[in-house]
Ligand binder design. Structure first.
Ligand SMILES: NC(=O)c1ccc[n+]([C@@H]2O[C@H](COP(=O)([O-])OP(=O)(O)OC[C@H]3O[C@@H](n4cnc5c(N)ncnc54)[C@H](OP(=O)(O)O)[C@@H]3O)[C@@H](O)[C@H]2O)c1
Length: 269
């Protein structure tokens, strides 16, 4: 499949790097970006083809990945139809908050569209991507998208587009929650007397160890926690303190705020 990425930012870097890492042939990938330094990165580091604008790209292609900022997407999409009429590509959009209905209206033709909500760990093939397809997407196209997404980590299709906002609140924004948690633990341990570098290394390694266990163990999260938490022991004191002070309520509020903001931003576009 010929893949064209419109926009050479962080998300394209994550997806293209993962694909090439997993053996996708670089000669089937083109990245379009108006900045010379970004084109140079993709050409020199990943060995893919580059172009300054879609007007400079004329070969047929199978998938167009929309990976520009959502704010500029309408103008760009409205300029695309003439470029799409020959190839009739599958559109893969990673534009946060931009609905399939908006894309259908802007592209103004019946195209297969998949909306994806990836996350930044995709760059190390540890991503989690939510996917939603419009009615024109065939089973063959779904399989093609699945093989691309598998290069970045895990993926799942959601039945309704609204669930992509829940995916945003869970995994799209989730890496930031975990980084914040690690940062807090590191700072608190430093305040308690550990050298900052040691606190930083141990906070990161503990997150890595816990995440790896959570990802690979057959035990439930509750059982994994119970293994570290003897009744009336030191960990129990910490967990009870978190529960009494309403950590779960804080997280409920945080995820609801995230989902709500994602919906609002989508309406502003
Ligand atoms: N980063 C994340 O964690 C994350 C997660 C999920 C989804 N997303 C979504 O992924 C999308 C891409 O995000 P990003 O951070 O990778 O964006 P980005 O860094 O802004 O990259 C987009 C690039 O495309 C260029 N560009 C825009 N319009 C163009 C055009 N018509 N022709 C040629 N080049 C053009 C931009 O140039 P200018 O800067 O000059 O406009 C920029 O270099 C966004 O819609 C975002 O919502 C991101």
């Amino acid at each position: 499949m010929k893949l064209v990425f419109l926009g050479g930012g962080n998300m394209t870097r994550a997806i293209a790097t993962s694909l090439i890492h997993e053996g996708y042939d670089a000669k089937h990938i083109t990245v379009i970006d108006r900045h010379a330094e970004k084109r140079a990165f993709f050409a020199e580091t990943l060995g893919v083809s580059v172009a300054v604008s879609i007007d400079h790209y004329s070969a047929p292609f199978d998938i167009l990945v929309l990976a520009i900022k959502p704010q500029g997407a309408e103008v760009v999409c409205r300029s695309l139809p003439s470029h799409l009429s020959i190839s009739q590509p599958l559109i893969l959009s990673v534009l946060a908050g931009v609905t399939v209905a908006s894309l259908e209206a802007w592209l103004n033709q019946p195209l297969a569209i998949v909306r994806a909500m990836p996350n930044t760990p995709a760059i190390i093939q540890a991503g989690a991507t939510g996917l939603f397809a419009n009615a024109y997407v065939t089973q063959i196209q779904k399989s093609a998208i699945e093989s691309l997404m598998a290069a970045m980590g895990i993926f799942a299709w959601v039945e309704t587009e609204a669930l992509l906002e829940v995916i945003t609140a869970l995994s799209g924004s989730g890496p930031a929650y975990y980084f914040y948690f690690i940062e807090c633990l590191q700072q608190i341990a430093t305040d308690m007397g550990l050298p900052p570098i040691l606190a930083d290394n141990f906070a990161r390694q503990t997150a890595f160890g816990a995440a790896t266990l959570a990802r690979t163990s057959d035990l439930s999260l509750n059982d994994l926690r119970a293994h570290v938490t003897s009744k009336k022991g030191a960990t129990d004191a910490a967990i009870q303190s978190m529960q009494q002070q309403g950590l779960k309520t804080l997280l409920v509020n945080a995820m609801q705020a995230c989902r709500q903001r994602a919906i609002e931003l989508g309406k502003l576009i």
